[in-house]
Design a protein around this ligand. Structure first.
Ligand SMILES: Cc1cc2nc3c(=O)[nH]c(=O)nc-3n(C[C@H](O)[C@H](O)[C@H](O)COP(=O)(O)O)c2cc1C
Length: 189
């Protein structure tokens, strides 16, 4: 399989530390990982962590002036992605994608995606996850072809026990690698 581009969108959940592990796994498994972080995500972990683990600059700002390639960054990132993973996905970003809001780098690149499927890995408190608005957004995104890697039941960072912990890194990696392998085999037929 030729080197595939994984677009990793990281949003503001305590589960950001697991996304660092995910970035590390994907990089070691031979993927080119481009990371975009929301402002919220950067409150938990510094971009330097992802930059070091992936060997790529981390994208954070919509309106960066310096661009050596004279490319519109959000469009070039969207174009080159073979697959997009939103991990962890907050209630906020799920709502924004479902509503067509594009007010930061993560939501704008997702809006601009062309062929790449989006795997959304929710991570939030159980009450937030069960909130009818979040569930309605998830259902409507499903219907539009967005894919979800479901959160698991666990003792959450807030102390509650219930569904809402981000899926294990192994589950996310296996899901995405299986998709890319199937796509690769189909393209050879
Ligand atoms: C300590 C802490 C933990 C949080 N964990 C989560 C979480 O797991 N899931 C979630 O949806 N929001 C969580 N939030 C709230 C989000 O960070 C907040 O809604 C933010 O606006 C999300 O922005 P973003 O989606 O642009 O990253 C947390 C906030 C704090 C202060």
């Amino acid at each position: 399989m030729t080197m595939k581009n994984v677009l990793l969108c990281v949003t503001g959940s305590i589960a950001v530390y697991k996304a660092a592990e995910l970035a590390n796994r994907l990089n070691k498994d031979g993927f080119n990982v481009e990371t975009i972080m929301t402002h919220g995500a950067r409150e938990f972990v510094a971009p330097l962590t992802f930059q070091t683990l992936t060997g790529n600059k981390v994208h954070t700002e919509m309106f960066d002036l310096y661009d050596p390639d004279h490319q519109v960054e959000h469009i070039s990132l969207a174009r080159k992605a073979d697959v997009c993973i939103v991990a962890p996905a907050t209630a906020n970003v799920i709502g924004k994608i479902a509503s067509g809001i594009a007010d930061d780098m993560v939501s704008t690149v997702i809006m601009a995606l062309d062929h790449a499927p989006v795997y959304i890995c929710p991570a939030m408190n159980t009450k937030m996850y069960e909130n009818p608005i979040v569930q309605k957004n998830i259902k409507s995104l499903w219907a539009m072809g967005y894919r979800f890697i479901e959160p698991k039941e666990s003792r959450l960072a807030c102390g509650d026990i219930g569904r809402g912990a981000m899926a294990d890194v192994n589950v996310i990696v296996n899901t995405v690698v299986t998709y890319l392998q199937c796509k690769n085999q189909n393209s050879k037929k």
